[in-house]
Design a protein around this ligand. Structure first.
Ligand code: NAD
Length: 423
C-alpha cells in the first residue's frame, strides 16, 4: 500500500508516538531512533515545546573563537557551525587585530521597524497625513501592548508613513519604530502592529492586510572597525591584495555575494550559538547590502597613513538576549554566559566584530595562497572519515591526501584499503 504523508494532529501526539511513526515510515533501525532521540544539550521535552512535530534534534559543533579583544575587553566567542576552518580563521584574524588594540565596535540602538500595510484608501495622501497626525495616540496604543518592554526602558518611539506605488495600486505603509531593548523584538512589534491596524482602518477608511516587522533593521546597525597592522597581516603585498579584493566585491554582485557569505560565516555562527534567528539576520544583511539599489559588499577596507589596513563592517543586527530560543535553549544560555555580556547591544557588537574578523581572514587567504590550503586539513579529515576511516587512520589518510593534493573520496577509500591491509 502506498504511504500517505497526510497525518492529522501529528503535532498533538507525544514524541515517542511520532518516533514510532517515522521509524516505520522510513524503516529506521533501533539505533537510528536512539540517535534521533538523543538531543544533546537540548532536552527532548524542551525541543518539543520549541517547534511542532518534533522527532529529535541535530547537534552542531560549538567552537570558541579566541584572541578577540573588543572595545578594550578580551572575550571568548562561542560559534556554532558545520563548516571547517571558520572558527580557526576568525581566531587567527582576531589575533592579527590585537597588534593594534583589537576591534572597536558601536551600535545605533535596538530600534526595530514594524510595517502596517494599508490598501484601498480613498485618498492615500490624506490617509498618510491622518496617520501622522495621530502619532502620539499611536505610540501610546502600542506601548499599552507591552508593559514589560516599557518597564525595561523600551517601547514605541516614532512612526514613519509612506505612500508606495505598487502593481496593485497605491498603498500607505506605516512604520512603527520600536525600541526593543534586549529582545530581538519580533513578537513585541508584531503585537503592536496588529493592535494599531483597526485604528488605521477607521481613520483612513482603507483596509489593512499585512502587519509584521521588517527584517531590514536599518535603525539597528552594528558597526565594527579594526586596524590590521601591515606587518602582522603579511606586508604591503597582502594589504594591496585585500584592497583589490574589497574593490572587486564593492563593484560586482557576483563577488559581493561570496564576500558577504564569508562575513555571514562568522556572523551566523554566533547568532546561532546564542539561540538567535539566523534567517532574520541573513535577510537583514543581504537587504542592507543592496540598499543603494545594487547589491554590494557589507564591509569596506582602506589604507591608513602608516600603510596599515583599516577594515569596517556595518550591518543590521536584530539579536536579543531575552525571549525566543535565547531563553529556552540551555546551550544558548551557556553561550551567553561564556560571552559574559549584559545587553543585546553588546552582543550585536561582538557579532559584527566576528563578521569582520571572518571577512579579513577570508580575503587574506584569497589574496595570497588561496582558500583551499587552509581548508584542506579539516576537509581531508572529513573526507577520510566519510570513506570509513576511524581512529588514527583518519589523520594518516588525511595527511597523505593533503600531501598528494588529492583530497577525494576515491583516494581516501584506496588509502583506507591499503592501510587496513598493512594493519
Ligand atoms: P519574546 O516575545 O519571547 O520576548 C520579548 C519580550 O520580553 C518583550 O516583548 C518584553 O515583554 C519582555 N522583556 C522582558 N525583559 C526585557 C528586556 N530587558 N528587554 C526587552 N524585552 C524584555 O521574543 P521576541 O524577541 O519578541 O521574539 C523573538 C522571536 O520571534 C525569535 O525567535 C524569532 O525567530 C521570532 N520571529 C521572527 C520573525 C522575523 O524575523 N520576521 C517573525 C516572527 C517571529
Amino acid at each position: 500500500m502506498e504511504k500517505s504523508s497526510e497525518v492529522s494532529g501529528f503535532y498533538k501526539r507525544p514524541v515517542e508516538e511520532r518516533l514510532s511513526f517515522v521509524k516505520e515510515w522510513a524503516g529506521l533501525a533501533d539505533e537510528e531512533v536512539a540517535t534521533l532521540r538523543n538531543t544533546g544539550g537540548l532536552p527532548l521535552g524542551t525541543a518539543d515545546r520549541m517547534i511542532e512535530n518534533v522527532v529529535g534534534g541535530l547537534t552542531l559543533p560549538m567552537g570558541l573563537g579566541v584572541n578577540f579583544r573588543i572595545n578594550g575587553r578580551d572575550l571568548l566567542v562561542p560559534m556554532v557551525i558545520e563548516e571547517p576552518s571558520v572558527v580557526a580563521a576568525a581566531s587567527n584574524a582576531a589575533k592579527m587585530a590585537r597588534a593594534r588594540g583589537g576591534f572597536t565596535a558601536s551600535f545605533s540602538g535596538p530600534v526595530m521597524i514594524a510595517q502596517v500595510q494599508l490598501v484601498e484608501a480613498p485618498d492615500p495622501e490624506a490617509a498618510r497625513k491622518a496617520i501622522l497626525a495621530r502619532r502620539d495616540e499611536i505610540l501610546s496604543i502600542c506601548n499599552r501592548q507591552d508593559p514589560m518592554l516599557v518597564q525595561a526602558g523600551g517601547g514605541a518611539r516614532d512612526i514613519e508613513v509612506r505612500v508606495l506605488e505598487t502593481s496593485m495600486g497605491k498603498m500607505v505603509v506605516t512604520h512603527l519604530l520600536v525600541d526593543t531593548r534586549d529582545a530581538m523584538g519580533a513578537n513585541a512589534v508584531n503585537t503592536m502592529a496588529e493592535a494599531i491596524a483597526p485604528y488605521i482602518e477607521e481613520w483612513t477608511k482603507g483596509r489593512v492586510y499585512l502587519r509584521i516587522l521588517s527584517n531590514l533593521a536599518v535603525h539597528r546597525l552594528a558597526r565594527a572597525t579594526a586596524v590590521f597592522d601591515r606587518e602582522a597581516i603579511g606586508g604591503e603585498g597582502v594589504v594591496e591584495g585585500i584592497l583589490n579584493a574589497s574593490a572587486f566585491a564593492e563593484a560586482d554582485p557576483f563577488r559581493a555575494a561570496t564576500h558577504n557569505k564569508g562575513i555571514m560565516n562568522g556572523v551566523s555562527s554566533v547568532v546561532l550559538a546564542t539561540g538567535n534567528d539566523t534567517r532574520a539576520i541573513e535577510a537583514g544583511a543581504h537587504a542592507y547590502a543592496a540598499r543603494s539599489g545594487r547589491y554590494s559588499s557589507l564591509s569596506r577596507y582602506e589604507r591608513d597613513a602608516g600603510g596599515n589596513l583599516v577594515g569596517t563592517l556595518e550591518l543590521p543586527m536584530a539579536v536579543g538576549i531575552v525571549g525566543g530560543a535565547t531563553k529556552t535553549h540551555p546551550v544558548a544560555r551557556i553561550a551567553l554566559k561564556i560571552l559574559d555580556i549584559k545587553s543585546a547591544a553588546e552582543l550585536a557588537q561582538v557579532i559584527a566584530c566576528v563578521g569582520l574578523a571572518q571577512n579579513l581572514a577570508a580575503l587574506r587567504a584569497l589574496a595570497t595562497e588561496g582558500i583551499q590550503r587552509g581548508h584542506m586539513g579539516l576537509h581531508a579529515r572529513n573526507v577520510a572519515a566519510s570513506a570509513g576511516a576511524t581512529g588514527e587512520l583518519v589523520d594518516r589518510i588525511a595527511d597523505q591526501m593533503v600531501k598528494e593534493k588529492k583530497v577525494r573520496a576515491d583516494r581516501a577509500k584506496e588509502l583506507l584499503g591499503e592501510y587496513s591491509r598493512k594493519k
